[in-house]
Design a protein around this ligand. Structure first.
Ligand code: GLN
Length: 436
């Protein structure tokens, strides 16, 4: 099938079900040049690795000429003047950008409901949230609007929607993918990653976007990911099942069942693993996010990029700005931010210790099923969405969400996390689970 005919099928599906029909509301903008670009790709005699792949981009990642609005009125008229490094790499390999995807406003959220342009519906159950903050990225892949999507993950924002939408979502190790061109939420935690229909596509897209980039000084060169190697079932693997009490036992049981199946089929070893202080992850995560988000939003003062953030943003964004302003006050110096950094380091060390004994850590992605759109749930309950994902950002590990089955007909994801820069092993383990 040509790129053009594939694109046209997706565009027809979007026209039918994104703004009309099921009204998933995944896309905020379609790429007006997509048809032209598809024809150019088809006409090439030597095509890149991503030729024929149609890719959606979360609206907090810059794509030249498109609107990186961050799903906010603040940036609704902002047109990107450059490509983020990940987007440049995708284009160099002939991937086609189909459009910009809805998300929580400035990636601040758990469910996709903080978007200024309406929530994204879960394609598997239209009355439920798709999970956030990369809600459009998860829903667009699940709904059959594109092959792949880019998302960003600060505390779980790729893995949570991947889990609820039943797709594969990868948060790469901290610093392994350039963040140049990502509108940041929290610099010491953010990572751009992938949402795809299967593990092989995740490996393919990651192999394109990973690696050192001069424009992101923290990015590092990692072992080149050989996506063909992903098919190999790794030998002598010890799975560590995270010892963590969650409320919905059905979710843990589902994960345990998958682990048992893998143990039987591949002869892998399984042991329970306790990570000290993992229960402090949420309390550590938010002071960091509030402070760093406050700092990064100071440029949104209305002079250069559209509206002043305090005037045009929604309540979740404002809460974080207020919180960050308070924590950053000189009189609190050291009390919150630096303490959180210390706790982050301790959690990171606990994971490093664990990964000396085991190859990967398995847990649910989200300790609960998605709530109904508009349902009032307490802040504490909302924070729980990230209880199992944010520790991986604090530690810098790579982690992914893999569809593990369904409960009440809603997809449930299994989290597989490996030590920093062990993406290849993580994807091999995930692919082995996928084959079961
Ligand atoms: N839910 C978390 C938050 O609101 C994570 C967001 C993210 O990963 N971008 O901060």
């Amino acid at each position: 099938m040509t790129t053009l005919s594939k694109l046209q099928n997706y565009l027809a599906e979007i026209a039918k079900n994104d703004k009309k029909g099921k009204k998933i509301n995944a896309f905020l903008q379609l790429n007006p040049h997509a048809v032209e670009e598809a024809k150019k790709i088809d006409a090439k005699s030597r095509k890149g690795k991503l030729a024929g792949k149609i890719i959606g981009v979360k609206a907090n990642i810059n794509v030249l000429g498109l609107n990186a609005s961050c799903a906010s009125h603040v940036l609704e008229n902002y047109e990107s003047t450059y490509d983020a490094s990940v987007v440049r790499k995708i284009k160099e390999e002939d991937g086609l950008i189909i459009g910009m995807l809805n998300c929580d406003e400035f990636a601040c959220g758990w469910s996709g409901e903080t978007s200024a342009f309406g929530p994204v519906k879960n394609p598997h159950a239209l009355d439920l949230v798709a999970g956030g903050s990369s809600s459009g990225s998860g829903a667009s892949v699940a709904a059959g609007f594109c092959d792949m999507a880019l998302g960003s993950d600060t505390g779980g924002s790729i893995r949570v929607p991947a889990s609820h939408c039943g797709v594969v979502g990868v948060k790469p190790s901290y610093a392994s993918v350039s963040r140049y061109g990502l509108i940041d939420l929290s610099m010491s935690l953010d990572q751009i990653g992938t949402l795809t229909k299967n593990v092989s596509d995740a490996a393919l897209l990651l192999s394109v976007i990973s690696g050192k980039d001069e424009n992101d000084s923290i990015s590092v060169e990692t072992k080149k990911l050989d996506f063909k190697k992903i098919e190999q079932v790794p030998r002598n693997i010890t799975l560590g099942v995270l010892d963590f009490q969650i409320k919905d036992e059905r979710i843990q049981k589902l994960i345990d069942k998958r682990v048992e199946e893998a143990k039987k089929k591949y002869g892998w070893k399984v042991q329970k693993i306790k990570i000290e202080h993992v229960d402090l992850a949420i309390a550590t995560y938010f002071p960091l996010v509030y402070t760093e988000f406050f700092s990064s939003t100071r440029r949104l003062d209305g002079r250069r990029y559209g509206k002043r953030i305090e005037q045009a943003a929604g309540p979740e964004v404002l809460r974080r700005i207020l919180g960050g302003a308070e924590i950053s006050k000189a009189e609190h110096s050291g009390r919150y931010y630096y303490l959180a950094l210390k706790a982050k380091k301790i959690i990171e060390q606990e994971f490093e210790k664990a990964f000396k004994k085991i190859d990967c850590i398995i847990s649910p992605v989200v300790p609960r099923l998605p709530h109904k759109i508009g349902e009032k749930i307490s802040m504490e309950e909302m924070f729980q969405y990230d209880a199992l994902t944010s520790p991986m950002n604090l530690a810098g590990n790579c982690a992914l969400s893999l569809p593990a089955g369904r409960i009440d007909n809603i997809p449930v994801g299994m989290q597989i996390s490996c030590a920093k820069f062990e993406e290849e092993k993580m994807l091999q383990i995930a692919r082995s689970f996928e084959k079961l």
